[in-house]
Design a protein around this ligand. Structure first.
Ligand code: URA
Length: 266
């Protein structure tokens, strides 16, 4: 197969990211027999023989999901400021996810803002620029915020549940969310917002610890308990969803006005 066709095939299969600088020929990489996960268990009657392509050991789970929630909890608790937290997240072993991302996308906006917005995870634009919500859905988010008098410079602060771009823009899985949650909670503790917008189903479900979908959750105020402190939080549609379902944009205007009114009462 010529290289261009092979590359097109890889992209079609979803391998659309370069995750290492040097190529690895996984058909010739030597892996000890004992660590070959795909090798059949040796039959007592038949000695194990090596034939066909060499099998390659899968990465251990820890290497994929990173140092895990316990390590994240410890590291996050030690952060005494947002700068500390940012440095800790940049230094943290976020596993394959972090290794494949260009940037740890920490936050954007005014950390003294009363409104904190928590999205899902960076996309390609955010990963490139190192800031949350800077692509097309970010532009829609900015418009929605502006409609109620919010902006990043003055009174809004934006972050994500996951600071590293998932490969192929996949929805972050439970292990990834669990690993990142201690950072998000510490982030909230340090920012001390009056109101939180949980943008999209991933953020709402994770922070509310529920399996309910965003269609049911959106527009209904909840209290988040962050280290004993109750913070008013509103699940809202993700702007990427609104771009696909423009007839739902009316909900977004209603929700942001609801957030504005909530802040006026606090
Ligand atoms: N979608 C998100 O949830 N967050 C971003 O930062 C960008 C797109």
């Amino acid at each position: 197969m010529d290289p261009a066709t092979l590359l097109a095939w890889h992209i079609a299969m979803g391998a659309d990211e370069a995750i290492d600088v040097d190529p690895i020929d996984r058909f010739t990489t030597e892996v000890p027999v004992a660590t070959r996960p795909l090798a059949r268990p040796a039959s007592p009657s038949k000695p194990q023989t090596q034939s066909g392509p060499r099998r390659v050991a899968a990465k251990p789970v820890q290497a994929v999901v990173g140092a895990g929630p316990e390590a994240a909890t410890k590291v996050a608790a030690e952060a005494k400021s947002l700068d500390d937290l940012k440095s800790a997240m940049e230094a943290f072993d976020g596993g394959l996810l972090k290794r494949s991302a260009k940037n740890t996308v920490f936050a954007d906006g005014n950390p003294a803002a009363p409104l904190m917005i928590i999205g899902e995870a960076p996309g390609a634009d955010e990963d490139r620029e190192g800031k949350p919500f800077v692509g097309v859905s970010g532009q829609l988010l900015d418009k929605i915020l502006k409609a109620a008098g919010f902006n990043r410079q003055d009174n809004a602060y934006i972050t994500n549940m996951v600071p590293w771009r998932p490969l192929g823009n996949a929805t972050p899985d439970g292990a990834t969310i669990a690993m990142c949650m201690p950072f998000v909670k510490r982030h909230i503790e340090l920012v001390k917002p009056k109101v939180i917008l949980m943008v999209g189903g991933v953020s709402a479900k994770a922070l509310l610890n529920t399996e309910e979908g965003i269609t049911r959750l959106r527009g209904k105020w909840k209290d988040l308990d962050i280290s004993g402190q109750k913070i008013a939080a509103l699940p809202v549609y993700h702007p990427a969803y609104l771009l696909r379902q423009p007839h739902l944009k009316g909900h977004a205007w209603r929700d942001i006005l609801s957030a504005k009114r909530k802040l006026e009462t606090l």
